[in-house]
Design a protein around this ligand. Structure first.
Ligand SMILES: Cc1cc2nc3c(=O)[nH]c(=O)nc-3n(C[C@H](O)[C@H](O)[C@H](O)COP(=O)(O)O)c2cc1C
Length: 311
């Protein structure tokens, strides 16, 4: 694959749209695995990617869970970071200017513990130059409703999406939790509330036990499983959700190779995010992009949309 093949005139058409969010290609980096961009900038050219989703941010800075917070499992990674982040004000002041200066398409992942907090976050991000879209992490406890996760209740998912949409004019992507019985009903609720797209999946609730110490490995007991181990589950959910809603779907979960990415695009995703693979190899996203272009050239696909399996 040569650089020219990535340009508009020579290769296949790579650009995709998620509502009002235009990406020059469908490969993004997933939230929590690429920091706020600058951390990776010595290792890869982030502006060559479709975009990055920054680490989830909240109204106030958070310190996260007690250690240990990471543990490797066969073909996977368990994390219980606990949504540690710098807080929205410091993001706007210290992180966003770098992303803007370096022309990185930036999706800001937000989290909150009440509808009001999500709404305030959306209002603060609205109109900030350098932010291209918001991704709403609904895998957070609603403290006003006894800690039930927004992402496990269609009504709460609807309400939080509607509040964010009303509070800003940016494209809004709702990030779905796989820890539900029927992910399609949550996706439909987000669509009905006006989401421009849905992204899936977030991590699968999981744990590990240290048999010598006879106690759970993670300080938080439970964590989220990511990496190749979750790919078949994520792919199945992307297939189902793509057929349940008419808004664009962003596929996430264990994508490590270009073949993985193509599977998600064939299942119905309009774009994909690379997460844990970036922690193993920072250039994974770019390698996936180059492999995707080669595959499209070899198989005569003219656009990303053509990859989707029509049933
Ligand atoms: C260390 C780590 C931190 C993460 N932090 C966030 C986060 O802040 N917000 C979020 O929505 N997802 C977060 N995620 C989930 C990823 O964005 C992604 O949905 C998940 O890891 C599945 O993709 P993967 O298998 O490619 O990693 C995190 C994942 C990891 C491994």
């Amino acid at each position: 694959m040569t650089k020219e093949n990535l340009s508009k005139d020579n290769g296949p058409k790579l650009d995709v749209k998620i509502g009002g969010l235009r990406l020059k290609n469908p490969v993004m980096l997933a939230s929590g695995t690429c920091g706020y961009g600058e951390e990776l900038s010595d290792l890869i050219d982030l502006s060559a990617l479709g975009g990055i989703v920054v680490k989830g941010i909240s109204l106030e800075a958070r310190t996260g869970n007690k250690p240990p917070r990471l543990f490797e499992t066969p073909c996977g990674l368990l994390n219980a970071i606990g949504l540690e982040n710098v807080g929205v004000q410091s993001f706007l002041k210290e992180k966003l200017p770098w992303l803007k200066k370096n022309q990185v398409t930036t999706v800001v992942n937000i989290l909150g513990n009440s509808i009001d907090e999500y709404e305030q976050m959306a209002a603060l991000l609205d109109g900030q130059s350098g932010i291209d879209a918001i991704e709403v992490n609904i895998s957070c406890p609603n403290v006003k409703k006894g800690g039930v996760l927004f992402g496990t209740d269609p009504k709460a998912a609807f309400e939080v999406t509607r509040a964010v949409k009303r509070a800003c004019s940016l494209p809004v992507i709702v990030k779905l939790s796989p820890n539900v019985t029927d992910i399609c009903e949550i996706a439909i609720a987000a669509e009905e509330a006006g989401a421009d797209g849905v992204s899936l999946i977030n991590t699968l609730l999981a744990m590990a036990i240290d048999i010598e110490k006879r106690r759970p490995v993670l300080g938080n007991v439970f964590g989220g499983l990511s990496g190749p181990a979750i790919k078949p589950v994520a792919l199945r959910m992307v297939w189902q959700v793509s057929r349940a809603v008419s808004i664009p779907v962003v596929g996430i979960g264990g994508i490590t190779t270009y073949e993985d990415a193509i599977e998600f695009l064939m299942a119905g995703a309009s774009a994909i995010q690379v997460g844990t693979a970036t922690l193993v190899k920072p250039a994974a996203g770019l390698d996936i992009l180059h492999g995707l272009v080669d595959f499209m050239l070899q198989n005569n696909y003219q656009s990303i949309g053509e990859l989707k399996i029509q049933d």
